[in-house]
Design a binder for this molecule. Structure first.
Ligand SMILES: [Zn+2]
Length: 186
């Protein structure tokens, strides 16, 4: 059998490689999209992790199903909810989560050198969307694992807002302290 030329990723090895699957600190399920990504046949440079929020009430699984077959021209690698994490795009493939047609705020971070992590939302009593402490904690756990695995420094963890001028993840922009605290915990 031909050996894959691609390196290991967070969830283990590619294709025919079966040894060396990592013990992750939290279980990650996989339901890969067939369309909303660009497959990379080379080891891409991963220097950034971009944090998003879904912007609607939904579960990680619902999002995985939503992105699976229909070409929406957007995606992310991971969706985190309070109970589960789903990976929708393999780490080495390019997800479409922070591209901008109107220009970038960040000098270097783009879809082709980043991993996109989406936090699922719930609706507060006042109708605003928010990210629960459970989702935030699990996201921190996941981001730490990704930083560790891909040797991404703390400056490499950015909000969608820092890359392109999108109000995402909104609760971490309207309350900048929340973002500062999030980063301190990484
Ligand atoms: Zn976003």
């Amino acid at each position: 059998m031909k050996k894959s030329i691609l390196k290991a990723d967070l969830l283990g090895f590619y294709e025919d490689e079966i040894e060396g699957v990592m013990d992750l600190p939290l279980p990650i399920k996989e339901l890969l999209t067939k369309v909303n990504r660009k497959v990379c046949n080379f080891n891409r440079e991963i220097g950034f992790i971009v944090i998003h929020y879904v912007g609607a009430v939904s579960s990680a699984y619902n999002n995985a199903i939503y992105f699976e077959n229909v070409n929406l021209e957007r995606s992310a690698h991971y969706f985190v909810d309070a109970k589960e994490i789903y990976r929708v795009v393999k780490d080495n493939d390019i997800a479409w989560h922070c591209g901008s047609k109107t220009g970038y705020k960040h000098e270097f971070c783009r879809n082709n050198n980043s991993i996109g992590v989406e936090m699922c939302c719930y609706k507060k009593a006042n109708g605003e969307l928010d990210v629960s402490p459970a989702v935030e904690n699990r996201t921190i756990h996941l981001v730490k694992a990704l930083m560790n695995f891909y040797k991404i420094p703390i400056q490499g963890v950015v909000r969608h807002f820092d890359v392109a001028n999108k109000l995402c993840p909104a609760p971490f922009i309207t309350d900048n302290n929340r973002w500062v605290t999030f980063k301190k915990r990484l």
